[in-house]
Design a protein around this ligand. Sequence first.
Ligand code: C5P
Length: 218
Amino acid sequence: LLSPVITIDGPTASGKGTVAHRVAKHLGYHYLDSGALYRLTALMAQNKGVALDDEPAIAALARALPCRFDHGHVLLEDVDVTDEVRAEAIGVAASKIAVLQEVRKALVDLQVSFRNTPGLVADGRDMGTVIFPDAQLKIFLTASAEARASRRYKQLIEKGISANMENLVKDLIERDARDSARTAAPLKPSPDAIILDTSEITAEQAVQNVLEWFAKTQ
Ligand code: C5P
């Protein structure tokens, strides 16, 4: 029998990561940050000097991604890249390689392998639509572009990274457009997903909502 899955999809900086991580912690479930896999592939391509539109070469990197996840740390070829992989520039590069169908295909098995007992919370863009279509609960998190940009701004400032609000809004809108317009697994809610707008609620309120909805599926 397959372990239960909760999918949390949504646009950049909608709060998916925080909410998914906390829900997983509450339930004692595994957590898949699928965006990290696209980010790691992009970082690997950058390190190896592979062009971001070289589909076969990038798919080959994705198919044998030498990454490990260890207590909140992300390792690529045994190097700790936890901070590096979260950089805005890597997010943008990730969204460029994420349009490539062969790259998406190359990452399917790795994503599915995170589904282990007692269960999984998976966050991304296509968790409910493509990777785990049989999930017990599917959430689509949204928030206004302004709310998302100001969250990202706070995160960056807290980390001591300088940020410009105007550029953040522009990058966010561009990245959303690329994620939504692509033909391969575009960002869109699964018809059976619950849409949760987090513009006006805290992450903790969103977590409580998800946990209540999940309890009803049990
Ligand atoms: O979620 P995160 O911002 O880390 O994802 C980085 C990029 O990876 C996204 O902008 C998107 O283009 C891509 N991605 C994807 N499918 C996923 C997760 C991320 O296409 N399931």
